[in-house]
Design a protein around this ligand. Structure first.
Ligand SMILES: Cc1cc2nc3c(=O)[nH]c(=O)nc-3n(C[C@H](O)[C@H](O)[C@H](O)COP(=O)(O)OP(=O)(O)OC[C@H]3O[C@@H](n4cnc5c(N)ncnc54)[C@H](O)[C@@H]3O)c2cc1C
Length: 433
C-alpha cells in the first residue's frame, strides 16, 4: 500500500475548509488544505455578517483578535413597492455583546487561515484541485495540475459550485431554481456619514433585508450591511428567474440603489468593488449524500445554507468542524469507511444545521412557486395599506379601508387569499412543530 502524504486533505480554504483545517490540526494529525486562490479568501465574497456563537465554537478568540468591521445592532426589514416602502426595524440590546459582526471575506478568511497554520495545518495556496483519486471504490486523495496528494480522508469544502463533487458523481448538477446569483457592490462612505445616516452609535452596524422594489414578484432579495467606512449592498436572484427575465443582475442592483427608500442612505457613496457569487438555494431537499469511503463533504458544497436568515458561514464553519472531528475519530480507529464516517451526518443531524434546514425545507420552494404573490402582491399591498393609513386627505377613514379591502379582493379573490393564508400557516407550523 502506498504511503499517505497527509492524514487529512481539505479542498478549499473558505469558511468550511478552514474550520476543518483548524480542528484537524488541533487534533494532532497531519493536515493539508489546498486553496485555488492566491491566499485563503482572495476569491471569496458574501453579504455579510458572521454569527458570534457558532464562530466562537471554532475561533474562541475571534472577537478580540479578528479583523471585524461593525457589531450588528440594528436589523431592518424593507418591503419595497415601486416607489414607496415599509421598513421594520429591530434594535438589539447589545449590553451582552453582539450576536453578529460584519466582516470582509478576504481579511476574515486570511485571519482564519493564520489560525489554522498556527495550529499546525499546512496550507497550499494558488493550487486548483482538478480531481479526486479513487482506488477500489475508496477516495484516497486529490490531483492537482502537477501533483497527486494521498490522504486517509479528504474533506471536500470547495464551495457552491463543487465541480469536483459533480465530476465524481457525488452530487447532481444544480437546477437553476436551486441556485441564486448574487451581485454585490462595496461602496465607500465616511464612518461619520454611515453612523449619522443609519442612526448608529460608534462601532455599531446595521443590516437591511430587502424585498420587492426592482425584484417585485420574482424570487430575489436584497441585502445591505454597514462596515466601518463602506457599505456592502447586493441582490441575490434565482438563476431560473434570471433566465426568464430580461434584466441582467447588475441592473436590479443599480435600480435598487436608486429606490427612494435607499437612495438617501447611499448619497455620495462611491463604488469601490464589484463582485458576484452563487448561493445554494435548494435547502434540505438538495443536500447530497455527505459521506463516502475516505471522503466527506462540508459547507456550500453540501448545500448547507439557510437562506431565510442569510446564514451560510456558520453552517459552513460548524459542518467543517464536525467533518474534521469525524475524520479524527476515523483516523484513531484506522477505519476510513463510509460507515465510520457516517458519524459526520449524525453530528449534523443532532445540531442546529439539519434541524433548521428541515424546519424550512419547503419555504424556498413555496416562495419560488408563489413569488408573484409572496414577493409581489403582498409587499405592494402592505405599502398600499400604509399609504391609506398615513394619508390625511379628507376622505373618511372607513371609506378608505373599505375601498382598500374591496380593491384587494378584486385583485386576488377570497379563494386565492385563503389558499395563500393556508400555505403560510402550513409553513409556519412546519417551522415550529
Ligand atoms: C451574496 C452572499 C451573501 C451572503 N451573506 C452571508 C451572510 O451575511 N452571513 C453568512 O453567514 N453567510 C452568508 N453567505 C453564505 C456564505 O458566504 C457561504 O455559505 C459560506 O462562505 C460557505 O463556505 P464554504 O467554505 O462552504 O465555501 P466558500 O467560502 O465559498 O469557500 C470555498 C473555497 O474553495 C475554494 N475552491 C473551490 N474550488 C476549488 C478547487 N477545485 N481547488 C482548490 N480550491 C477550491 C474557493 O476558492 C474558496 O476559497 C452569503 C453568500 C453570498 C454569495
Amino acid at each position: 500500500m502506498k504511503e499517505f502524504d497527509a492524514d487529512i486533505i481539505i479542498v478549499g480554504g473558505g469558511a468550511a475548509g478552514m474550520a476543518a483545517a483548524l480542528t484537524a490540526a488541533k487534533g494532532g494529525v497531519k493536515t493539508v488544505l489546498v486553496e485555488r486562490g492566491d491566499f485563503c479568501g482572495s476569491k471569496n465574497m458574501f453579504g455579510g455578517a458572521i454569527y458570534t456563537t457558532p464562530t466562537l465554537e471554532v475561533y474562541p478568540d475571534f472577537v478580540r483578535e479578528a479583523p471585524l468591521e461593525r457589531g450588528i445592532a440594528k436589523h431592518n426589514y424593507a418591503l419595497l413597492g415601486k416607489n414607496d416602502g415599509t421598513v421594520f426595524s429591530y434594535d438589539e440590546g447589545i449590553e451582552n455583546g453582539y450576536h453578529a459582526y460584519s466582516v470582509f471575506r478576504p481579511k476574515w478568511d486570511r485571519w482564519c487561515a493564520k489560525k489554522a497554520e498556527e495550529a499546525g495545518a499546512y496550507i497550499v495556496p494558488s493550487t486548483v484541485v482538478t480531481d479526486l483519486i479513487k482506488e477500489d471504490g475508496k477516495f484516497v486523495g486529490i490531483k492537482t495540475e502537477n501533483e497527486e496528494y494521498r490522504a486517509k480522508i479528504t474533506i471536500l469544502a470547495d464551495g457552491v459550485n463543487s465541480l469536483l463533487a459533480k465530476k465524481c458523481g457525488l452530487r447532481k448538477p444544480m437546477e437553476p431554481k436551486n441556485a441564486a446569483l448574487s451581485v454585490k457592490q462595496t461602496l465607500s462612505l465616511s464612518k461619520e456619514k454611515i453612523e449619522d445616516r443609519f442612526n448608529l452609535d460608534e462601532n455599531n452596524g446595521a443590516v437591511y433585508t430587502i424585498m420587492g422594489g426592482p425584484m417585485l414578484g420574482i424570487t430575489g432579495l436584497g441585502f445591505l450591511y454597514t462596515n466601518i467606512d463602506t457599505i456592502s449592498i447586493g441582490v441575490g436572484i434565482t438563476l431560473s428567474d434570471l433566465n426568464e427575465g430580461e434584466k441582467a443582475p447588475y441592473v436590479y442592483l443599480e435600480e435598487l440603489k436608486e429606490h427612494p427608500c435607499l437612495k438617501p442612505l447611499l448619497k455620495g457613496a462611491e463604488v469601490k468593488e464589484y463582485s458576484a457569487h452563487l448561493i445554494p438555494e435548494g435547502g434540505y431537499n438538495a443536500i447530497p449524500q455527505l459521506y463516502f469511503d475516505g471522503l466527506v463533504i462540508a459547507g456550500d458544497a453540501a448545500s448547507l445554507v439557510n437562506n431565510i436568515h442569510w446564514e451560510g458561514s456558520n453552517l459552513a464553519m460548524i459542518s467543517g468542524k464536525y467533518a474534521a472531528l469525524s475524520a479524527l475519530d476515523a483516523i484513531k480507529k484506522n477505519d476510513f469507511s463510509a460507515k465510520e464516517l457516517s458519524s459526520y451526518e449524525k453530528r449534523l443531524n443532532e445540531s442546529f444545521i439539519i434541524k433548521d434546514m428541515k424546519a424550512y425545507k419547503n419555504v424556498i420552494s413555496s416562495i419560488e412557486n408563489n413569488s408573484d404573490a409572496f414577493l409581489g402582491f403582498y409587499p405592494e399591498k402592505i405599502n398600499e395599506f400604509f399609504a391609506a393609513f398615513t394619508s390625511t386627505d379628507s376622505i373618511p377613514k372607513r371609506q378608505k379601508y373599505r375601498s382598500y379591502i374591496l380593491q384587494t379582493l378584486k385583485e386576488r379573490n377570497i379563494l386565492k387569499l385563503s389558499v395563500d393564508g393556508i400555505k403560510i400557516a402550513k409553513l409556519a407550523l412546519e417551522a415550529i412543530l
